[in-house]
Each structure stands twice: as C-alpha cells, then as structure tokens.
Design a protein around this ligand. Structure first.
Ligand code: SF4
Ligand code: SF4
Length: 377
C-alpha cells in the first residue's frame, strides 16, 4: 500500500433501510474508484462477536450485509459469508451466525454461510511480522479472489475501539483466538498482533465497510456496552484509514488508538486520510482512561490497571467466560472464580459474557493517573 493519504467515503445514515444503504454503498464504490468485481469468489467478513440478535447491535447488522450481497450478485459473483465468533467453543459460531441473521441471508440468496471453525485452516508465515510470525488462519483467505471486511463500530475495553483492523482477528478459527491473546498479552502486543494478521490478508481486501449506524459505546464490544446511534456508514480500501476517519466522527484523535499509532510506526499507512466530506460530530463514549492505559503500558509493560470482577446476581453460570479465557484462569464453582496469578488481563471473559455479569475494576494506581490526567486536561 502506498503511503499517500487514503480515500475514505463517509455518509450519514440513520436507518437500516436496505435501499438507502445499497445506494450509499454504490456511491462509496464510485468515490473510491473500486469496480464491483464480476464472476469472482468473494468472502464477506462481518463482525459476529456472539449469539445475539440484530436488535442488540453487537454484531454487524444483516441489512448492511444484504446490501453488499445485492451489489455482488448483480455481477454474478460467488459469495461466501463467514466468521469465527469470540467464544472459542466449537459450534458457537454457527449459533451466532444463525442468531445474527446471517444464516437466513444465506438461505434467501443461495450463498454459502459458514463458521471458519468448520472449514479448513492452515499456518500462515511472515518472518517480518512482530508477534504472529506464524498463525493459523482460515483457508478461505487463499480460496477467494477478494475479501470484503464489514466491521461494526464499537468501543472495546481492552484495545479501546474495535473496527476495521480489529475485525480480522476473527479470521483465526475457534479456540485459536483465546490462544492468540495468550501469545500477545497486553494491549500493545495484541495490537501489533492484529496488524500482523492484517498483513496476511491485505492483498485480498477489496473494500472495508463500517456499520456505524448503531454501535456499542462504553464497556463494549459485547453485552456490557451500551447501544448508541452513531449515524453513519464509512468505506475505504484501507482498513487503517477507515478506522481513523470513523474515530474522527466521534471526536477521538486516532493517534490514541494503538493499531493506528503502530500502523504509522510500521509504515503501513500515512496516518492521514482524504474524506469525501466532514460528517457532523457525534458524542460516543470509548472506555474511560483507555488511551492513558495504552501510554502507561508503554512505560510499564504488562502492568494490569483493571481486573475482571463478577456481578454474581447477573451470572447464569453458563460457563462462556471460562471457555473464552486463554489462561485457564477461571474455574466454575459453580460461579466463576478468577485466579489472578494466571490472568493475563485480556478481558475476553468480560467481552464474551452474554449477561454483562463481568465488569472491570480499576486499581488505585490507575485511578490516581487518571485523576492527574483529568486535572491537566
Ligand atoms: S460470568 Fe457471564 S459468561 Fe461467566 S458464567 Fe456467568 S453469565 Fe456465563
Ligand atoms: S480471567 Fe478474564 S481477563 Fe483474565 S485471562 Fe481469563 S479471560 Fe483474560
């Protein structure tokens, strides 16, 4: 990718109306100079975090996917729609694809909808990568001509924000995802790892399309976050640039997001974007103090500033948190009990709890740093 400022198309959109979204996407392709492929094999990669219906707004909304499908089927393309959800347990992605409305889209349009966990995978190797020089990814990456990345606009308690770059983490099938956290502990290493995965995929990316109509703010990306209208759709051939432009819509300096800063440092993009227009700025809350946490993690690597905490009254003892934990730090007795000697503070338990029963408790040191930061600002 060249280091020139990358083009990003942004458009206000306050509705999940199919015709409206299809029209916006057609304009996006035009502005970005991307021709709709013909007779090609294309993977659609939404963000299907878990077993949630569309009205929870945690997964990419099916109407956005449907609009993309309609554009592609017009040109006789073969479409595969797939993901691997946050919970590494075998079978959970299939349930998530069904609950999120993806399976129904497959039936309606006669396209393949599949969990990456149920497809083949292989080891991808890149010695220039920082963390994941070798990693198991879905072989759909090899099998298709193009990938269309369709993330959801959400806050993220571990890496502050989850968007276009973060969405590729789902290309790791099943239980490989919790293990990836174990290999890349801490937000900075993990963000390097996300960029490493992007490096394996980037040559196949046709376009990245952000579902920013209704997102999740606060303690996202899962059930603990709050549904919030952001009111836009964004698109770019560059995933970094799309993230940067979307963050500007919510008055957030993209340089506070680790994948952005590291992407610039690794010379994968310029850090600047060229937008078709400025959208009205939206108030959208990202996790409090997370930017500060990223800076402090550079100074004191590995120090945990927040830890998971169980709200027992909300817990149904489903065990998802224990299955999502890469460190084996959760035992069900029968409620989850955390072993903080094993914990790597990845917050996968918090992210994957469908009942929002795990919150994050900040330690006193972090509270002091935050108070100092507030005084200065
Ligand atoms: S904390 Fe959440 S994920 Fe864990 S057992 Fe309770 S309800 Fe399930
Ligand atoms: S207990 Fe939670 S935060 Fe700690 S390692 Fe397990 S999933 Fe990550």
């Amino acid at each position: 990718m060249s280091m020139e400022n990358q083009k990003v198309y942004l458009e206000e959109c306050l509705t999940y109306d199919l015709d409206t979204i299809e029209k916006i996407l057609k304009e996006a392709f035009l502005y970005l100079g991307i021709n709709t492929p013909e007779s090609s094999k294309i993977l659609l990669k939404p963000n299907i975090l878990g077993i949630y219906p569309p009205e929870r707004y945690i997964n990419t909304h099916p109407v956005i996917i449907e609009a993309v499908i309609r554009l592609l089927l017009d040109k006789k393309n073969t479409i595969i729609l797939g993901d691997s959800s946050g919970n590494g347990q075998y079978g959970s992605t299939s349930r998530a694809l069904e609950k999120s409305g993806m399976t129904a889209l497959g039936q309606k349009y006669g396209i393949e909808v599949n969990a990456f966990d149920k497809h083949t995978n292989r080891v991808f190797i890149n010695d220039k990568n920082h963390i994941f020089k070798k990693i198991n990814l879905t072989t759909y990456i090899d099998e298709v001509d193009y990938i269309i990345n369709i993330p959801k606009f959400k806050a993220h308690t571990f890496v502050v924000y989850t968007g276009a770059i973060k969405n590729f983490y789902g290309c790791i099938p099943g239980a490989g995802k919790p293990f990836g956290h174990f290999r890349a502990p801490g937000a900075e290493k993990f963000s390097h790892g996300l960029i490493d995965i992007y490096n394996f995929i980037k040559s196949k990316i046709l376009i990245n399309i952000m579902d920013g109509i209704i997102g999740i703010e606060g303690a996202g990306p899962g059930a603990a976050g709050k549904i919030k209208k952001a009111g836009f759709i964004g698109a770019s051939s560059c995933a970094f640039s799309l993230d940067a432009a979307c963050l500007e819509v919510i008055k957030t300096n993209p340089r506070h997001i680790l994948t952005h800063r590291l992407g610039v440092e690794r010379k994968l993009f310029s850090g600047n974007v060229k937008k078709n227009k400025e959208l009205p700025q939206v108030s959208f809350q990202l996790p409090k103090g997370s930017a500060l946490e990223g800076i402090l993690n550079r100074i004191i690597p590995g120090l945990a500033f927040s830890k998971p905490f169980l709200n027992r009254a909300q817990c149904t003892r489903c065990g998802f948190c224990a299955k999502a934990c890469p460190a084996g730090a959760i035992t069900l007795k029968p409620y989850p009990v955390f072993d903080f000697k094993k914990c790597i503070y990845c917050f996968c338990c918090h992210e994957n709890c469908p009942e929002a029963a795990i919150s994050l408790k900040e330690n006193i040191l972090f509270k002091i740093f935050k108070a100092m930061g507030n005084e200065k600002s």
